[in-house]
Ligand binder design. Structure first.
Ligand SMILES: NC(=O)c1ccc[n+]([C@@H]2O[C@H](COP(=O)([O-])OP(=O)(O)OC[C@H]3O[C@@H](n4cnc5c(N)ncnc54)[C@H](OP(=O)(O)O)[C@@H]3O)[C@@H](O)[C@H]2O)c1
Length: 215
């Protein structure tokens, strides 16, 4: 499969590494082509990896991943053009974090809205699936923890797209994928990111992920 990843930060490069390791072709997109981090990543990943501007990565991918600064997603969509992702499955790994009042961050979009819903409105013909946003980048691919594999929680409006993303998550090392419902459930998944940050800061351990214990 061809995967376009938007974002050259820790998340974009970690997810890109996962897709390349699984045998997919990945184009990493940055604010402009030949971004230093993108070039370095391509050098590490080899022949299945390439790089370009956001629009080139979005056009390349049959599957597109948003791994961008959450509050900048409207600008990123302007850069790619919404039509570039029409009909495609789009994984939204972002959180609309607001650091203006210090730590822990707040959500810039919350209450009756969320970053996931905002992105779906910006690209109405894409099938946006929220995933990966509730865990640190170091554990996104093949998470290994003493308590066994953690759970991944996802949300999105399109059932087929969710099934495809759930299958991909299984390949990424997440055997338990729980469907939270439509994209509006991003409200709860994005809040879980803040909970993840608070727990990490309180315990000093960032190698952590969620799992629901059942009786
Ligand atoms: N870090 C984690 O472990 C983690 C875990 C779960 C979810 N997330 C979420 O995943 C997303 C990516 O995280 P990250 O840590 O990889 O972020 P990051 O290092 O901040 O990278 C974000 C990407 O967004 C781009 N960007 C920044 N400001 C922009 C703007 N104004 N317009 C367009 N593009 C802009 C950056 O480009 P430049 O390089 O050119 O600045 C970079 O490609 C965030 O939404 C974050 O909340 C992060």
């Amino acid at each position: 499969m061809k995967v376009g990843i938007l974002g050259t930060g820790d998340v974009g490069r970690a997810l890109g590494r996962g897709f390349v390791t699984l045998g997919h072709e990945v184009r990493l997109g940055a604010r402009s082509a030949n971004h230093e981090k993108a070039l370095e990543w391509v050098g590490e990943m080899g022949e299945r990896a390439s790089q370009g501007a956001f629009a080139e990565a979005a056009a390349f991918g049959d599957l597109v991943v948003f791994a961008t600064l959450g509050v900048a997603n409207p600008d990123v969509v302007k850069a790619i053009g919404p039509e570039t992702v029409a009909g495609k499955v789009v994984i939204d790994a972002t959180n609309p974090l607001d650091f203006s009042k210090g730590f822990p961050p707040d959500l810039a979009i919350k209450g009756n809205d969320s970053g996931g819903e905002t992105l779906q409105r910006l690209i109405p013909e894409a099938k946006v699936i929220k995933a990966f946003n509730i865990v640190g980048n170091a554990l996104m691919f093949r998470p290994e923890l003493p308590g066994g594999p953690p759970d991944m929680y996802i949300a999105g409006n399109d059932a087929d797209a969710k099934a495809k993303v759930a299958a991909l998550l299984n390949e990424f090392g997440w055997p338990t994928v729980v469907d939270f419902g439509g994209i509006a459930a991003s409200r709860w998944l994005e809040a879980m990111c803040i909970a993840w940050v608070i727990i990490g800061a309180a315990t000093g351990n960032w190698r952590q992920a969620f799992k629901m214990l059942k009786g």
